[in-house]
Design a protein around this ligand. Structure first.
Ligand code: ASP
Length: 352
């Protein structure tokens, strides 16, 4: 791969050291599947195994694109497609419900090479909101579409549409009932087309109560051309009201990517991430304060977000191939893979 360093070295007649080459991987990928009160002694072996397998599958989908020379944007889309279809995550199928008993989905994507970006909020019939966000970026003159207009645009651009019942899972419905009951709010009717009520595995329900509303998915990727991109997809927060939109579809808050600094995808209580513009703030520290990526991420998550009493985390990477994750919750579903190294899948706070 030709990097700025290789070109500069060639121009000045310097011989590149292997140390410089080693720092710049051919490609890299970092993924999250949400953060929260995720603790080893409270998670069943079965649930842990299922999440680890899902995160590994996400990495493999990204690796298949990046190792064969595909773009970081294609890798983001491929990874998030799989996670949007996996009911374990709060994105696409398996999304949490609003207080009115609907699944309203948000997503965004950003291209670090051009600073182009696309986002959608509050869509209810699009199987892959991340692809709709990409279509907004590539096929419209806007950055963010919401609600009905976004659905119309989905039809016009040939996105795969599904009945809203596609997104229904018993687990998230039970979480909604719990949450509304705890808040003294009325229960909405069971959505039309939802399957007959079924028992929910107790462990998963308990998991939801502790993870509270998280489970959003996000990816940042570096491709062999040296370009980074980031994307995020979510159902938002359980029992959200009045058309609430979180940080995930907001460029600069939940998602950001620039080849000049870094790419970030966030998960957590979106209100705090919006107020701090978490994703672009981390990249600004990298670009203008010359902080390394981990320092910048920890500064924003462990200090600034924590001071605001916000909770959640991020995954990030730079065009040079530095990777970082940071979270102030007990755990975060997360995984990374750098070309030439072994893939890493982690859940709990005490893992690497
Ligand atoms: N950040 C998302 C939101 O506030 C939720 C999450 O990450 O789980 O909508």
């Amino acid at each position: 791969m030709f990097t700025i360093q290789t070109l500069m070295a060639a121009a000045s007649g310097l011989v590149l050291t292997s140390a410089v080459q080693a720092q710049q991987p051919d490609w890299a990928l970092i993924v999250h599947g949400g953060a929260g009160i995720i603790e080893r002694d409270r998670m069943t072996d079965e649930t842990e195994t299922a999440y680890r397998a899902a995160l590994m599958a996400a990495l493999e989908r990204g690796e298949a694109v990046l190792a064969s020379g595909g773009s970081s944007l294609d890798a983001i889309e491929a990874v998030i497609h799989g996670m949007e279809d996996d009911p374990l995550f709060n994105a696409g199928r398996g999304a949490v419900f609003t207080a009115a008993g609907r699944n309203e989905l948000d997503a965004s994507i950003m291209d670090g090479a051009t600073l182009n970006a696309g986002a959608v909020a509050g869509v209810t019939q699009v199987r892959h909101p991340i692809s709709l966000a990409r279509a907004v970026m590539e096929e419209s003159r806007h950055v963010m579409l919401q609600g009905e207009g976004a659905e119309t645009f989905a039809t016009e651009t040939g996105q795969e549409r599904v009945d809203p019942a596609w997104f229904f899972t018993e687990r998230r419905w039970a979480s909604l009932e719990r949450s509304l009951t705890a808040q003294g709010l009325p229960l909405p009717p069971r959505p039309e087309g939802a399957p007959e009520p079924a028992p929910v595995e107790h462990g998963l329900l308990d998991q939801d109560a502790r993870e509270h509303r998280f489970g959003t998915v996000g990816v940042v990727a570096l491709d062999q051309a040296g370009n980074i991109a980031a994307g995020t997809s979510t159902g938002g927060t359980t029992a959200k009201q009045w058309g609430r939109v979180g940080d995930s579809p907001i460029i600069g808050a939940g998602t950001y990517a620039s080849n000049e600094s870094c790419g970030v995808s966030a998960t957590g209580t979106g209100e705090f991430f919006i107020r701090l513009t978490v994703a672009s703030r981390i990249c600004a520290y990298v670009e203008f304060q010359e902080m390394n990526l981990q320092e910048a991420a920890d500064r924003v998550i462990l200090e600034e977000l924590t001071e605001l009493e916000g909770d959640g985390g991020i995954v990030a990477l730079t065009p040079a191939g530095d990777l970082a994750w940071s979270f102030n919750t007990p755990g975060m579903y997360r995984a990374k893979w750098v070309a030439g190294e072994a893939p890493v899948v982690s859940i709990f706070g005490d893992e690497d």
